[in-house]
Design a protein. Structure first.
Length: 98
């Protein structure tokens, strides 16, 4: 750790964290590749359990502790005025597919 400093992220709702990790896209791929009706139903049931705000979606939170330097711009030493975005932390930023 950088000089014993710790950074924190969150807490964020499980539903938001899993969405940021790509659960919707993962579910789509699994459903497309599954020909078994029982498996498809189980996938949909499990997704609903994890994401529904009245079930697990809003009941559980994600919280991260990480070294403080992880949230510092990598080029800050050379260019203190840098406006480049911070490196993302998986699950705590919106997933952007390019």
């Amino acid at each position: 750790m950088a000089q014993g400093k710790t950074a924190t992220l969150g807490p964020i709702k499980q539903r938001e964290f899993l969405k940021n990790m790509g659960i919707d896209l993962r579910l789509q791929v699994l459903l497309q590749n599954s020909s078994d009706t029982a498996t498809r139903e189980q996938l949909l049931h499990s997704y609903a359990m994890l994401m529904n705000p009245e079930k697990m979606g809003d009941c559980f939170n994600f919280f991260a502790l990480l070294p403080h330097h992880r949230l510092v711009h990598p080029d800050k030493k050379d260019k203190p005025e840098s406006k480049s975005p911070l490196p993302p932390v998986a699950g705590f930023n919106e997933l952007l597919l390019k």
